[in-house]
Design a binder for this molecule. Structure first.
Ligand code: IPM
Ligand code: MN
Length: 352
């Protein structure tokens, strides 16, 4: 029997509550489809930081590197200054484990949960491939004359040909494997960011023309992309974009697919340790109440199985989430689902 070692980082707030349900559903899928998942729990997050003054020891990064996959709940704590845990844990893992792709499917499972008028599941079904290691996220830049009236703050967007090209290649290949419209849209800002997106655009067409002639290439400015997410989401198949734009448009994507309760993502190193997470935060105000929606974490678990090669099991989980969402769930919002966090986990697990 195949077996996989999985690191689980429940993290902060409602993170442990939702990863628990994901593990429950993954267990049902493992026994049904005959594979084994061995979990190792890692205590990381705000509580540990407040206790030890260290967000993420280097030795833990090295341990995590040896897992094929990591399941993450949420990072973020009300008593820790913004930025410390995000940079110290989440971004550090993305960078050090070279998870250079952030994969975010935007798929509406039931039209009742779509805030857009006259749009349904057939209209909202696309995937965003966000570059996850470069752009404005590298921390490049600094202050000059800080605290004076002449203060200057520079935050640089780093775009390397290598980093951009490997992201584009992943996106083209993903579009081919997805086999829907075989259309890849580059989302950029070529009319203003004439260095960064010039590189992106040249690489996009060079790589596409040479190695992916079967994939249609399309382009949209980022501002127009947000407009079309609302007006014509059916135009998109796969979108590829840089780190910052990807961050922004995927929050909008999450809303049109029904909200943070359902939106999942993967931080992927195609050759290494990849990390799967519900994209909503730690939701401190709902912590410990058993009312948070675990479906996003469950969907992250399905993405993890797909990455591990267990695609039949991954598909089964997604199908069961769709069934339960359509037939049972009242709302995808915390506290309004009609079920507690663990009841919803039970429903999906028993559907499997
Ligand atoms: C996300 C989050 C993170 C990001 C934050 C928490 C650093 O918003 O995963 O989209 O900006 O990437
Ligand atoms: Mn974000």
């Amino acid at each position: 029997m195949k077996s996989y070692n999985i690191a689980v980082i429940g993290g902060d707030g409602t993170g442990p509550e939702v990863t628990r349900e994901a593990v429950k559903v993954l267990g049902a899928a493992a026994s049904k489809f005959n594979f084994k998942l061995n979990y190792s729990d890692y205590d990381l997050g705000g509580e540990r930081y407040l206790r030890t003054n260290e967000a993420l020891p280097g030795s833990v990064v090295e341990e995590l590197r040896s897992f094929p996959a990591i399941l993450l709940g949420a990072i973020g704590h009300p008593d820790v200054k913004p930025g410390i845990l995000e940079k110290g844990i989440l971004l550090r893992l993305r960078f050090e484990l070279e998870q250079y792709i952030n994969l975010r499917p935007v798929k509406l499972y039931d039209e009742r949960f779509c805030p857009l008028k006259d749009k349904g599941p057939k209209d909202i079904d696309f995937v965003v491939v966000r570059e996850n290691n470069e752009g404005l996220y590298t921390g490049s830049g600094g202050f000059v004359f800080k605290g004076t009236p002449h203060e200057i703050a520079v935050q640089e967007s780093i775009n390397t040909r290598r980093g951009v090209e490997r992201c584009l290649r992943y996106a083209f290949d993903y579009t081919r494997r997805r086999n829907k419209e075989k259309k890849l849209t580059l989302c950029g800002k070529t009319n203003v960011l004439t260095f960064a997106f010039d590189l992106w655009e040249r690489a996009f067409h060079e790589v596409g023309a040479k190695d992916f002639p079967d994939i249609k290439r399309d382009y949209a400015h980022v501002d127009a992309t947000t407009m079309w997410f609302v007006k014509n989401p059916e135009w998109f198949d796969v979108i590829v974009t840089d780190n910052m734009f990807g961050d922004i448009i995927t929050d909008l994507g999450a809303m049109i697919q029904g909200g943070m309760g359902i939106a999942a993502g993967g931080n992927i190193n195609p050759q290494g340790a990849s990390m799967f997470e519900p994209i909503g935060g730690s939701a401190p105000k709902y912590t410990g109440l058993g009312v948070i929606n675990p479906l996003a974490a469950i969907c992250a678990g399905a993405m993890m199985l797909d990455f591990l090669g267990e695609s039949t099991a991954a598909k089964a989980i997604e199908d069961c989430v769709i069934k339960v969402t359509r037939e049972k769930v009242k709302s995808l919002a915390a506290g309004k689902m009609g079920f507690s966090t663990s009841q919803l986990g039970d429903l999906v697990a028993s559907a499997i």
